[in-house]
Design a protein around this ligand. Sequence first.
Ligand code: ZN
Length: 126
Amino acid sequence: MTCPCCSGKAYEECCQPFHKGDKSAPTAEALMRSRFSAFAIPNADYLWETTLPSKRKFHDKAELQEWGEINTWTKLEIVRTSVLNQVEFKAYYTDQDAKSQIHHEFSYFQLIKGRWYYVSGDFFEN
Ligand SMILES: [Zn+2]
């Protein structure tokens, strides 16, 4: 299958090695893409593991899984990667009422011992 992150590559050659733990995402943008794919699949374990450990208390793994499942994730658009650890993106999805939605976020990432983690995000109203 084509990778859900819209890279145009096969899933096996894109986000799957990150999800399986064979490789870790080399950049903040790659981690962002793999996290979008993890919502689409969904794979809440991966979302949990790639969240900064000190921030995990603000998230619930079961809720992440449910959020991935109830929505259909249609497209990821990287708006900009301004500096190394920040990514602005738009995640397009169809919600459980079949309404098209856009999740527009400016995310912060942190590199610890060679691994990228999601720290937090600022959300834009659309
Ligand atoms: Zn991908």
